[in-house]
Design a protein around this ligand. Sequence first.
Ligand code: FMN
Length: 196
Amino acid sequence: MPRIGIIVGSTRPGRFGVQPAQWLLDLANARSDADYELVDIEAAGLPLFDEPGSPLMVEPQNTHTIAWKERIGALDGFVFVTPEYNHSTSGALKNALDYLFHEWNDKPAAFVSYGGASGGSRAVEHLRGIMAELKVYDLRDQILLPSYYLNLDEGGRYRFSEAEEKAAAAMLDELVFWTVQMTTARAARKAELVAA
Ligand SMILES: Cc1cc2nc3c(=O)[nH]c(=O)nc-3n(C[C@H](O)[C@H](O)[C@H](O)COP(=O)(O)O)c2cc1C
């Protein structure tokens, strides 16, 4: 089974981000095409990048980095759940991305974004540039939740629509397809390298 991580991109106390991440995880867990898990960068406890060099070239030295490397390395695909902070993604998510290189490589990603009227679209546009450098293959699929705070119930819970559920199902279909393709491709390349 491919393993897909739903990555919560906000660490803010009272963050909204856990709501769409948990919603997507619940929808995903009703499927049987992959193993889905929440990856909370808050729980990973990463300080501002404190390794001696780029993860492209330098092995990690810190225990938090080694744990993060193992966590992400075990995954085959990602959904980034991102807020929009000043027309970009959160500093916390950028920092968590910066910590690793190889563990992100040659894996697909889809997106859930939220914020004001733009629904976090500018955060995802910035993320797509970062994805290219990390060799993450960003899918077109993306769920936007514009001005989500206008659609909360009395308990502060976002009211997800049927259209959003449909969009989530289509996004996961696409993500699983590419996760399987790319997992196979990574294994084939590894076998070629071993044989050479
Ligand atoms: C520092 C900061 C900058 C923000 N900048 C934007 C922005 O540029 N565009 C936008 O739509 N919302 C912006 N917002 C609103 C956030 O998208 C909104 O507060 C959201 O709930 C943040 O995600 P979180 O609750 O998961 O941390 C900003 C919020 C913060 C805290």
